[in-house]
Ligand binder design. Structure first.
Ligand code: 13P
Length: 251
């Protein structure tokens, strides 16, 4: 089965409701003809519900940036899967490096979230990737292996097929320093081979996105790599023109 590319915009902590609605509308209009890929928007929590209204009856998929594993309860400040399901969210980013770095996310908590998401109707976009220090120490493959093994612990072969992975080297995030297409491909191929060791054949069907300073100017070369199945975009998704330039990488 061919892997349909995914172009996802992670808005991080940007956009008021009014700004979010305007951006979502512009992306929806501009992406209407983009049948070659799945387009995903991940606005901040406050904008999810209004953006869901904009995206209804469109091909653009709504995602959240994080979720708690419990379905409800006394967890001040958290958001649950039933809440996301109820407004039409279909995907959720899990384990972004900023959550690992600033908010205490670990492979163990990533794993709890991933398992909960797989029990829901949503699909997880699971983020992994090494820091500059780890790469310079030659530990990048070990780090990514550990994140994969820990984050996907206990998953079945069948549930693996619902996962989307995002390889985001921390040194490439927000720095303007993209991994070269070859460097990214090397890691994507490594990730796929690790998945096939653990889960078998199904690894061939898992989409692995690249993230880190993706721009309209570098997306096409990344997408030509055999194991790069899309992009998780930060800075360049905050303006409709640049995000649409990435979505239409094949134009
Ligand atoms: P940038 O595209 O700003 O480097 O961010 C990437 C990212 O973290 C997406 O999740």
């Amino acid at each position: 089965m061919a892997r349909t590319p995914v172009i996802a915009g992670n808005w991080k902590m940007h956009k008021t409701v009014a700004e979010a609605v305007a951006l979502a509308q512009a992306v929806k209009d501009g992406a209407a003809g983009a049948a070659h890929c799945q387009v995903v928007l991940a606005p901040p929590y406050t904008a999810l519900y209004p953006v869901a209204g904009i995206l209804r009856d469109s091909r653009v998929i709504l995602a959240a940036q994080n979720v708690h594993w419990e379905p409800g309860g006394a967890f001040t400040g958290e958001i649950s899967l039933p809440m996301l399901e109820a407004i039409g969210c279909r995907m959720v980013i899990i384990g972004h490096s900023e959550r690992r770095q600033y908010f205490g996310e670990t492979d163990a908590t990533v794993n709890r979230r991933v398992r909960a998401v797989l029990d829901s109707d949503l699909q997880p976009i699971v983020c992994i990737g090494e820091t500059l220090e780890e790469r310079e120490a030659g530990r990048h493959y070990d780090v990514v292996t550990q994140q994969l093994d820990g984050g996907l612990d206990g998953l079945t072969r069948r549930s693996l097929l619902r996962i989307i992975l995002a390889y985001e080297p921390v040194w490439a995030i927000g720095t303007g320093r993209t991994a070269s297409p070859e460097t990214a491909q090397e890691m994507h191929a490594f990730i796929r081979s690790r998945l096939s060791e653990r889960f078998g054949e199904g690894a061939r069907e898992v989409r692995i996105l690249y993230g880190g300073s993706v721009k309209p100017a570098n997306i096409a070369a990344l997408m030509r790599q055999p194991d790069i199945d899309g992009a998780l975009v930060g800075g360049a998704c905050l303006e409709a023109d640049s995000f649409l330039g990435i979505i239409h990488y094949n134009a």
